[in-house]
Design a protein around this ligand. Structure first.
Ligand code: NAD
Length: 305
């Protein structure tokens, strides 16, 4: 996640009923004999967990189960993220980078931002890299090319079924150089319908198959997100990250929305100036609308809290 020679100390937090299982994970980490793993702290004390951390990957929460909508789990997660925001603000390193994975990821990140006002807003992000990687995977399967030959898909908006996976700027490496994915696939109907819904529904499809939410691919995407944020995106390549909207592409500030970003020297920047067609505009606005609704719902949960 941080390159081939960066030693790490892992702090793991869980709640009391999961303490024994957490200790089992610690044993497995020790048994894996990772050369770069210098120490493991497994704790149920949020202060101890947050103490001095440089990177916080927030996976703790109430997961969505089969048949459950993201909104059902909102109130459970809002109170968790409010509490963890305060602990991070008080005890993490001042430049701590935060990646929220637990759902509803965008809104949990927003709550965390609101309740940790001294953490720079640029340091608070949520995971849409899994959706981004899923889109790359679908395109590479369709074209029968290796996934690393496809780049610059975009996930716009919410990490939910309203997300908009956009391939209008994506390219694929061919023997004749870079070709647009739309031209290479030459099937607008598939791209504008089945491709979009497959990526949007992939999380639910995996839950249905595994009876558990995606684990390996989510962990791998979280590593990719932090890796590129800290070490930079390759030249000419962007990735998708859920970040605090600055109004780019007409998306209202005040929500954590997934944009195409490039990263350099530990800072992300939104890729601006991409042409947005009518279908894209509609889908980008629809997912923004859902995020505004989630925000309203989250705030109503805070009042009840
Ligand atoms: N953004 C994404 O792409 C993405 C992908 C996969 C999973 N997810 C989400 O990530 C989260 C974790 O998924 P999972 O499959 O590992 O779920 P899980 O239920 O296996 O793990 C969640 C863990 O959080 C712990 N927890 C609950 N409340 C806590 C608290 N207050 N403090 C600390 N820990 C707490 C639980 O005890 C449990 O160990 C879920 O919300 C899931 O929906 C997001």
């Amino acid at each position: 996640m941080l390159g081939p020679d960066q030693p790490v100390i892992i702090h793991m937090l869980d709640i009391e009923p999961a303490a024994e299982a957490l200790n089992g994970v610690k044993m497995e980490l020790i048994d894996a004999a990772f050369p770069l793993l210098k120490d493991v702290v497994a704790t149920t004390d949020v202060v101890e967990a947050c103490q001095g951390v440089n990177i916080a990957v927030m996976v703790g929460g109430f997961p969505r189960k089969e048949g459950m909508e993201r909104k059902d789990v909102m109130s459970k997660n809002v109170s968790i993220y409010k509490a963890q925001a305060s602990a991070l603000e008080q005890h993490a390193a001042p430049d701590c980078k935060v990646l929220v994975v637990a759902n509803p990821a965008n809104t949990n990140a927003l709550i965390l931002k609101e309740f940790a006002p001294s953490i720079p807003e640029k340091n608070i992000t949520c995971l849409t890299r899994l959706d981004h990687n899923r889109a790359l995977g679908q395109i590479s399967e369709k074209l029968n090319v290796h996934v690393s030959d496809v780049r610059n898909v975009i996930i716009w908006g919410n990490h939910s079924s309203t997300q908009y996976p956009d391939i209008n700027h994506a390219t694929v490496k061919t023997t004749n150089g870079e070709e647009s994915v739309r031209d290479a696939i030459a099937n607008d109907n598939w791209l504008n319908t089945e491709f979009i819904t497959t990526v949007q529904q992939r999380g639910a499809t995996i839950i249905k198959a595994r009876k558990l939410s995606s684990a390996l691919s989510a962990a791998s995407a979280a590593c990719d997100h932090i890796h590129d944020w800290v070490l930079g995106t390759p030249k000419g390549t962007w990735v998708s990250m859920g970040v605090y909207s600055d109004g780019s592409y007409g998306i209202q500030p005040g929500i954590i929305y997934s944009f195409p970003v490039t990263c350099e020297k530990g800072q992300w920047s939104i890729v601006n100036g991409l042409k947005i067609d009518e279908l894209s505009r509609e889908k980008m606005d629809a997912t923004a609308k859902e995020l505004m609704e989630e925000k309203t719902l989250a705030y109503s949960c805070l009042i009840d809290d």
